[in-house]
Design a protein around this ligand. Structure first.
Ligand code: AMP
Length: 188
């Protein structure tokens, strides 16, 4: 089993595709967004620290995010493969992830970026707002999240591209078609 980073803006379909990939390949799913939401929902000390930041739509500082991720990796020493969803979002996070993988005599084997335009992302999140009621999908927060992606997170792409580890998959269209295109990359 190999390790995969699934990359894309908020609303790109990372969650939907992750579910299908886990079912097919048995990855251990690590979504830093889900982990932070769990902490805020359960009012843990970490949840208390990040609640305001998350609700503003800003990125949680690297130091906190990387520590949480490391803890999650340590909980799964026998995982055959990880699927990272929403992590890394900054170059220091990507570097930390490589170090953690190396320490476990492993690596990030695939980085798949779901290519979805800003316009499409806004339409999808507007829809999701009516069904999921996520605090960070509210309009003014959404603007901040999209800005965070296009000003900070996007810089992670050249990091992986320069190492020839990046594959872009068109992220608009039928969920199953997008899924098949991701599988083709993984099964090569
Ligand atoms: P997501 O569900 O992945 O869009 O994440 C929801 C929120 O959690 C983001 O808007 C950030 O506030 C925070 N978050 C999730 N993952 C990260 C990360 N890798 N780095 C910093 N903040 C993150």
């Amino acid at each position: 089993m190999k390790n995969l980073v699934l990359f894309g803006p908020p609303g790109a379909g990372k969650g939907t595709q992750s579910e299908k990939l886990i079912q097919k390949y048995g990855f251990v799913h690590i979504s830093t967004g889900d982990l932070f939401r769990w902490h805020t929902k359960n009012d843990t000390p970490l949840g208390k620290r990040v609640k305001e930041i998350m609700n503003s739509g800003a990125l949680v500082p690297d130091e906190i995010t990387i520590a949480m991720l490391k803890e999650e990796l340590d909980k799964n020493p026998n995982a055959k493969g990880f699927l990272f969803d929403g992590f890394p979002r900054t170059v220091p996070q990507a570097e930390a992830l490589d170090q953690f993988m190396k320490a476990n005599h492993s690596a990030i084997h695939f980085v798949i970026a779901l290519d979805v335009s800003e316009e499409e992302v806004r339409v999808r999140i507007a829809k999701r707002r009516t069904t999921e009621n996520r605090a960070d999908d509210e309009e003014e927060k959404l603007n901040k999240r999209i800005t965070e992606y296009f000003t900070k997170t996007i810089h992670v792409l050249p990091f992986y591209e320069s190492q020839k580890r990046l594959v872009t998959v068109h992220g608009i269209g039928e969920v199953n078609t997008i899924f098949e295109n991701i599988c083709k990359v993984l099964d090569k």
